[in-house]
Design a protein around this ligand. Structure first.
Ligand code: DGY
Length: 322
């Protein structure tokens, strides 16, 4: 029996590429250069499925031009805001994603951002690397304690809950807003705010953990920032589009927001130069799920799902469309 053909748009961890080559005719991308839309359409000719990543923007226009051979799109991500789901639905394409396996790594990275922003890690590192550090000083780079502070979590799904679990270990008080209140065993003492405005008012630290949708895009804008306590710290490891960056930058400049820890940006990979130059920003290049274990698990999960699909079974991690 001939193996199905998968077009793989970026380099993947070695074990994942090996398994893809074993189970499929895998068209890999050894250069790891992202494909343009035209290249992606051209390279898809004859492929049964595409294994894409966040850098591939599957617009309605692009999806409509995919060859009929393509039956599925597997995205190497838990987020799928880069795929036009309505167009995929219209073309009857299965869309597979990676929920669950990146929860712990992303929650760890969120705490890294939270602590890095609170303790001015970026400034400290730059001082040390510059060769200008003169030795410990009692007033040097004083940060903010996290202990005893209120952490507001916007979006209490898997990752939000894993962040809450870690933050409890740092003795933070957990508050959250979610579409639905969690049952007590999953809430674990966290304070639910039905109105997001009430969450903002108590968030000494605010961490965003919702998907990017037309409803959540631009969520953190000037009027919502104004509700935060003065000198709040904002963390975002979800999607850059959740924040109006110009409003955030204004608040970082005025001191309304003391610091920010960001892993994601409105216009990736272009990062607003103001964010790069302000001292009170702790910035990572979208590393939330970037561990060997997690990235390997993400790839293996996609292959399990593709194997199910091509065996005529229902894949476990299908995005529900329509
Ligand atoms: C995702 O999976 O959506 C993350 O943003 C990247 O791993």
């Amino acid at each position: 029996m001939t193996k199905p053909t998968i077009l793989v748009t970026r380099r993947l961890p070695v074990a994942v590429e090996q398994r893809l080559q074993q189970d499929y005719t895998a068209w890999l991308n050894p250069s790891d250069q992202p494909y343009s839309s035209a290249e992606l359409i051209a390279k898809s000719q004859g492929a049964d499925a595409l294994l894409i990543s966040l850098t591939d923007r599957l617009t309605a226009d692009l999806i409509q031009q995919l060859p009929t051979s393509v039956k599925a799109i597997a995205t190497f991500s838990v987020g799928y805001d880069h795929i036009d789901l309505a167009a995929a639905h219209q073309r009857q394409l299965a869309v597979i994603y990676t929920p669950g396996v990146l929860t712990e790594a992303t929650a760890d990275a969120t705490l890294l951002l939270l602590l890095g922003a609170a303790r001015r890690a970026s400034e400290g590192e730059q001082l040390l690397r510059s060769g200008n550090w003169q030795g410990i000083r009692p007033t040097e780079l004083l940060g903010t304690e996290v202990h005893g502070k209120r952490l507001g979590i916007y979006g209490m799904g898997r990752i939000g809950q894993a962040v809450a679990q870690r933050a409890r270990g740092f003795m933070m008080e957990i508050h959250y807003h979610n579409r639905h209140r969690l049952p007590p065993e999953r809430e674990q003492g966290a304070v639910f705010h039905e109105q997001v405005e009430d969450l903002l008012r108590v968030s000494d630290f605010l961490s965003l953990h919702c998907p990017s949708t037309p409803e959540t895009e631009g969520f953190l804008n000037a009027s919502r920032i104004a509700l935060l306590p003065d000198r709040a710290i904002v963390i975002n490891a979800a999607r850059g589009t959740l924040i109006v960056e110009d409003d955030l930058i204004a608040a970082l400049r005025s001191g309304k927001i003391a610091a920010v820890g960001l892993d994601v940006y409105q216009n990736e990979p272009h990062v607003n130069p103001a964010l790069r130059s302000l001292p009170n920003t702790f910035l990572l290049p979208h590393l939330g799920s970037a561990t060997v274990e997690t990235r390997t698990a993400m790839g293996m999960l996609l292959i399990d799902n593709l194997n199910a699909l091509f065996a005529g079974k229902q894949p476990l991690n299908l995005v529900k469309i329509g």
